[in-house]
Design a protein around this ligand. Structure first.
Ligand code: FAD
Length: 517
């Protein structure tokens, strides 16, 4: 598509969305006559509770909130807006774990997806007796409930996020990543089929074989092409326990070299670990380690000393092996091999054994402890392998030099071969790339401001030195930045938008085709 045609499409989408004329205090004309009107409220006490998200950075009350009883109700609402002479925005909200107002909709109706669960029981159905096990799950379901349902069949989703109280529809609209993604790809690579309601109100079942264009569009599609109402999730046999190794490093080069060895094929450590995530630790104090890890007091002292003797951050590699009763002996041998062949700092390997469920659900308590007023100006960069050391020296030892601590600066590699290029989700253009997270938490406005400045500096460094990074959970406020993020996929993204949501009704809070009012 030539640039002028592309620009006119973008412009026409913008114009179409500007005539959305939703009056906050009342429902759009005609909506009251629909059989779903009793499920929509403009009660300010209720709409106000949907005015922000986990990030707490944006605040904006929706015009109305819709509590659908069924996917059909959602189709009715979307079709009404689509065929109306005064269409309005519709935002499908999982549980609002976005950070930058992606689910907000000042001039329209917010769909509370979780209400599907309230009235529709049995929205998690496990099929374990066929050739391939899978679970059909409502998109409003959260991963912890999917896990619990599948464990009853000794099965589990092939890919779970680290935090499990996220909705299936929400993570499939992004990608869904964790320390198992190097072997299975993101969650969007582990879905067989979807039910989607498009921006014209059509209900479509799609998969790689049937309506593949819509299937791929929606996966990582940031809510732009339709509302997912059901997903068929790939399952695998669940093990019973895990062996969790925490290994400390003082050199990013040594850390990344070990990480890359563990995720690649054809070497002595290939296929040994079931989960791998590295972390960058700044200004390691007793406080940072206590409560976050299971270290003894003497371990904590040792680690703090290691960090204080090192200039710059230290690194923590989490490697985890899943096992059951019959494989317990071989897990011991594998751990022995890992400890022999990995190049962590001698004397700084710590090992735990725990039930699989406890490991998978380990973040629930920590996230629950996050203050509800905290702001989370998160940034997640996907960095090509060839640039990760330069990224490390310019960001961890440059911009963040002297940074006063905090957790969740993840740094771990992923294999691009596990991502399907047809999907909307974007990755850097190298076979191996790193996920580099800056999951900040701030309790004060001036702190948030200074973090935002750091985020900008990190983005600028990537830009200036042509690192070829992409962002995960992206947030941009202008179309040029979005175009850059999608790169070669932008044209397809735009043409899919024209096809499946031609009036740009859906998920306007992403600010790709319109701006928040
Ligand atoms: P929401 O934030 O409600 O929605 C996100 C976007 O998806 C919106 O644009 C919305 O319109 C759209 N959407 C929601 N539901 C649907 C649907 N059914 N159909 C179509 N579009 C829909 N991400 C990871 O990959 N791995 C992690 O381990 C991880 N851990 C996290 C831990 C915490 C504490 C938090 C706050 C976030 C974490 N995330 C993680 C990010 C998370 O994947 C995203 O925030 C995502 O938005 C999921 O949250 P949600 O289900 O509440 O969706």
């Amino acid at each position: 598509m030539d640039l002028s045609r592309q620009n006119s499409i973008i412009l026409s989408i913008t114009i179409l969305t500007t005539f959305a004329s939703f009056v906050k205090s009342s429902l759009p004309q005609g909506l009251q006559t629909l059989n779903i009107s009793s499920e929509i409220t403009t009660d300010p006490n209720i709409t106000a509770s949907f005015a922000t998200d986990f990030g707490n950075l944006f605040n904006c009350t929706p015009g109305a909130v819709f509590f659908p009883s069924s996917p059909k109700d959602i189709a009715t609402l979307i079709r009404f807006s689509y065929t109306s002479t005064t269409p309005f925005h519709i935002s499908q909200r999982g549980l609002g774990h976005s950070a930058y107002g992606q689910t907000l909709v000042p001039d329209g109706i917010l769909i509370d997806m979780s209400s599907l669960d309230r009235t529709n029981y049995n929205r998690i159905n496990v099929t374990s007796n066929g050739p391939i096990p899978y679970a059909d799950v409502g998109a409003e379901q959260i991963w912890i409930d999917v896990l619990n349902a599948t464990l009853k069949h000794d099965l589990m989703p092939r890919l779970l996020t680290d935090y499990l109280s996220l909705t299936v529809g929400g993570t499939l609209s992004n990608a869904g990543l964790s320390g198992r993604a190097f072997m299975h790809g993101p969650q969007i690579s582990n879905v067989y089929e979807l039910d989607v309601i498009t921006g014209t109100g059509e209900i479509v079942t799609c998969s790689k074989e049937s309506n593949p264009d819509l299937f791929y569009a929606v996966l990582g599609g940031l809510g732009q092409f339709g509302v997912i109402t059901r997903a068929r999730i790939a399952l695998e046999p669940a093990q019973k326990r895990v062996r969790w190794l925490e290994l400390f490093y003082t050199d990013i080069k040594v850390l990344t070299s070990d990480e890359e060895k563990l995720i690649s094929t054809g070497n002595s450590l290939s296929g040994i670990v079931d989960y791998l995530e590295g972390e960058v630790l700044f200004n390691v104090t007793q406080g940072l380690l206590t409560g976050s890890f299971n270290f003894s007091n003497s371990d904590v002292e040792k680690i703090v000393k290691l960090a204080s003797e090192n200039s710059g951050p230290i690194y923590l590699l989490n490697v985890v092996l899943f096992y059951n009763d019959t494989t317990a002996t071989s897990v011991d041998q594998k751990v022995e091999l890992l400890l022999k062949e990995l190049h962590y700092t001698s004397g700084f390997a710590f090992s735990y054994d725990l039930p699989l469920f406890n490991f998978l659900n380990r973040l629930s308590f920590r996230v629950a402890a996050t203050s509800s007023v905290a702001q989370c100006p998160w940034l997640v960069m996907l960095v090509p392998k060839s640039k990760v050391l330069e990224f490390g020296s310019k960001v961890y030892r440059g911009i963040l030099n002297g940074f006063k601590g905090g957790r969740f600066f993840l740094l771990y590699p992923l294999n691009r071969a596990m991502w399907d290029d047809e999907m909307s989700a974007v990755t850097p253009n190298e076979e191996v790339f790193y996920r580099a997270d800056f999951l900040w938490t701030s309790e004060a406005a001036n702190e948030t401001k200074s973090i935002a400045k750091k985020n900008k500096q990190i983005q600028n460094i990537c830009e200036k030195y042509n690192f070829g990074c992409k962002e995960y959970l992206p947030h941009f406020t202008n179309q040029i930045a979005w175009q850059k993020q999608f790169g070669e996929k932008w044209e397809k993204f735009v043409s899919r938008k024209m096809k499946y949501d031609p009036k740009a009704l859906l998920s306007p809070g992403q600010r790709i085709f319109t701006t928040l009012g």
